[in-house]
Write a protein that binds this ligand. Structure first.
Ligand code: TPP
Ligand code: MG
Length: 264
C-alpha cells in the first residue's frame, strides 16, 4: 500500500526554490516504482549539508543526514552492510564536487550500486552565495565580489572519466523528463549519477539562461563512451551555448558488491 511520503517537518526552502521540484519529482518517481514492485522500506535517503540536504528531513523514508561532503561513503557502507537496501544520495554541487569530490570519484570508479542525485545550483546556497566548483568564471558572489577567476568543473566529463556506469543530466525546469531520468537511474544496476541543474533564486538565478539553452537529447547510443564524452563537452559550464539533458552513458558491468561476492 502506498505510504504518506511527507514528514510533518516545516519546509524552510525559499519560496519557489527548485529543491521543491526535485523533492516532488522524486516522490512521484518512488510512488510509480512502488507500483512496479519497489519496496519503499528498502530505500535509504542520504543527504549532505546545504539547502539540498534538508530533503532527508522532509521525506518519510529511512534516511541519514550526513556531514558536508560525506554522504556518499555512508551510502557505500550501507550497501556493503546490507545488499538489499537501496541508497539514494542527494548532494549539493559544493558537497559533491568540492568537499566530497574524492568520494564521488571513487564510488564511480568502484561502480558501487548506489544512486547519486546532485542538486547543482552552481553556488553554495545555504552559506549565502559563495562560488562553487561549477560556478562559471566571473561569477560574482559573497566570496568573489570581483568575479571568480577559476574555470568550472564539468561534472558529466568528470564522471565519464571516473568510469561511472550511468551518467545523466536533468533540469528542474523539465520535471517529467527528470522523473524519467530518476527511474532509469534507479533501474540501473551499478553507480548511477544525475547532475540536476537547478536555478538558485537567491544567489544564482539562471532560469532565463537555462530556459533558452536547455534541450533534450535525441535518442543515441548510450553505450558509446566517445560519443558520450563528445556530448558532455558540448556545454562546458562556462560559456554560453546549448545544454543537452538526458542520459549520456549507460553501461552494464559488474558492481563493486558483486565483484567482492556480496551479491548473486
Ligand atoms: C566540512 C564543512 N565545511 C564547510 C561547511 C559549511 N557549509 C555548510 S553548507 C555549505 C555549502 C553548501 O553548498 P552546496 O553543497 O552547493 O549546497 P546548497 O546549499 O547549494 O544546496 C558549506 C560550505 C560545513 N558544514 N562543513
Ligand atoms: Mg549548491
Amino acid at each position: 500500500m502506498s505510504r504518506e511520503m511527507d514528514t510533518k517537518i516545516e519546509k524552510t526552502w525559499c519560496p519557489g526554490c527548485a529543491n521543491f521540484t526535485i523533492e516532488a519529482v522524486f516522490k512521484n518517481t518512488l510512488l510509480e516504482l512502488e507500483k512496479e514492485g519497489l519496496d519503499l522500506s528498502k530505500v535509504v535517503v542520504l543527504s549532505g549539508i546545504g539547502c539540498h540536504g534538508k530533503i532527508s528531513d522532509y521525506l518519510n523514508l529511512s534516511s541519514f543526514y550526513s556531514l558536508h561532503g560525506r554522504a556518499i561513503p555512508v551510502a557505500e557502507g550501507i550497501k556493503l552492510a546490507n545488499k538489499d537496501l537501496i541508497p539514494i544520495v542527494f548532494v549539493g554541487d559544493g558537497d559533491a564536487y568540492g568537499e566530497g569530490l574524492e568520494h564521488l570519484i571513487f564510488a564511480a570508479k568502484r561502480n558501487t550500486n548506489i544512486n547519486v542525485f546532485v542538486h547543482n545550483n552552481r553556488v553554495y546556497g545555504l552559506t549565502t552565495g559563495q562560488f562553487a566548483p561549477t560556478s562559471p568564471e566571473k561569477f560574482k558572489g559573497r566570496s568573489t565580489p570581483k568575479g571568480s577567476v577559476e574555470e568550472p568543473l564539468n561534472p558529466i566529463e568528470l564522471m565519464l572519466a571516473s568510469k561511472a556506469s550511468f551518467v545523466a543530466r536533468g533540469y528542474t525546469g523539465k520535471a517529467e523528463h527528470l522523473k524519467d531520468l530518476m527511474k532509469q537511474a534507479l533501474h540501473h544496476r551499478g553507480f548511477s549519477f544525475i547532475d540536476i541543474l537547478q536555478p538558485c533564486l537567491a544567489y544564482f538565478d539562471s532560469r532565463d539562461f537555462y530556459g533558452k539553452n536547455v534541450y533534450e537529447m535525441e535518442a543515441q547510443d548510450v553505450s558509446n563512451f566517445n560519443s558520450a564524452m563528445a556530448k558532455a563537452l558540448e556545454w562546458d559550464y562556462n560559456n554560453g551555448g546549448k545544454i543537452p539533458v538526458g542520459v549520456f552513458y549507460n553501461q552494464k558491468k559488474l558492481t563493486f558488491e558483486e565483484k567482492i561476492c556480496l551479491t548473486n
